[in-house]
Ligand binder design. Sequence first.
Ligand code: PLP
Length: 446
Amino acid sequence: GRSESLPSAVAEAVHPDAPFWLPFTPNREFKTGGARLAARAEGIYYWDDQGRRIIDASSGLFCVAAGHGRREIAEAVGRQVAELDYLPPFLRAHGKAFELARRIAELTPGDLNRIFFTNSGSEAVDSAMKIALAYHRARGQGQRQIFISRERAYHGVNFGGIALSGMANNRRHFGIGLAPVAHLRHHHLQENAFTRGQGAQGAELADDLLRLINLHGAENIAAVFVEPVAGSTGVLVPPRGYLQRLREICDQHQLLLVFDEVISGFGRLGDNFGAQTFGVTPDIMTLAKALTNGTVPMGAVAASQRIYDGIVAAAGEQSIEFFHGYTYSAHPLACAAGLAVLDIYRDEGLFERAQKLSPYFLDMVFSLRDLPIVTDIRGIGFLAGFDVAADGAPGVRGHELQKRLWDAGLHLKTTGDAAILAPAYIAEKAHIDEIGDTLRRVLKSF
Ligand code: PLP
């Protein structure tokens, strides 16, 4: 196997009895020769423990949008450790929490200007579910407890999130989750195969929400959760008009619309958020990942003024209005990182940069269309996905693909038999070319 032949100390630590239990990983394969280890990262590259360079085609896990090893972030976090390392977030606060919330609120659409901090996307999703319930309860609609989500959704892995999840394996091993959830049909249609941007077919699938309203009663439904672009299941771009239609139906029935923008936020689609790209403003957004460029874990919920006011006004003046929060909410290090990152995005015009390079990036991805193994391609902004033909059980070939790509010098995320591309916004055309050449070479090896 590979790792036995590696000389590095870290490779020696990887053996079948190693205590580290890896998440979402076949542990036995990894620890018996399948280990793929990184030692360093800078710009758009990782280096493995043998010093081999690997291009990062997924911004890590869609979070390192400004590129790896940013000195400004390292310095801001280092200064923060020395200045104020930690402060309880309940009944106490520090200036950077207020400042970061203000900066995020400047970027969000509409009046989504109340920011609740968490430590991950999963926590943001579960927090958003609780905010939706608390809002309805505060306005005397406490019976609104059902959530709507969608097949092929990924909303993290906490118990609320797996109830929303539309990915079978993330649910089936744990029961169905603790929240009552009904699922919309997904909008991934064969008719839209190989469509760049939004497909022409399928807006009417949003009317599936009416079926669930008829079944459960609008008065019992709290909120509808969707990713503007379903990211983790292979970049499923919504058909034209689909999100607008969801918004209309939610308004007609007083359902909150929640966009999970953990992947699509902070410039990934070319605008601040997917909400702006698609021209649809939700009531709540969940954020994470690129918020801190992946450096310090942080998530956030952006809620509308109306929702915040509804929850806060309903409580007595000295009462805690929302019984929720984490030891590490608004952690000083995460806030310092977030502020440094938002400065980089602004000062370097990175969202605009990604927007401008998007056609070149999408040309590269769609050029893979001639390979018989590639069965569909989708993409928008600086985010794209393609499917490879299954080989035996679903996911087997996708897993093999990501291994061969790493060994050929390219990192990307696969889910099942879909591969997801999301380069850092600092990418040059030459990086896009390198990603395209490596993909073609490896895809041809099957
Ligand atoms: N929501 C969406 C849309 C995501 O893509 C993800 C992660 O990929 C999450 C939530 C969960 O975020 P985390 O892994 O930070 O908990």
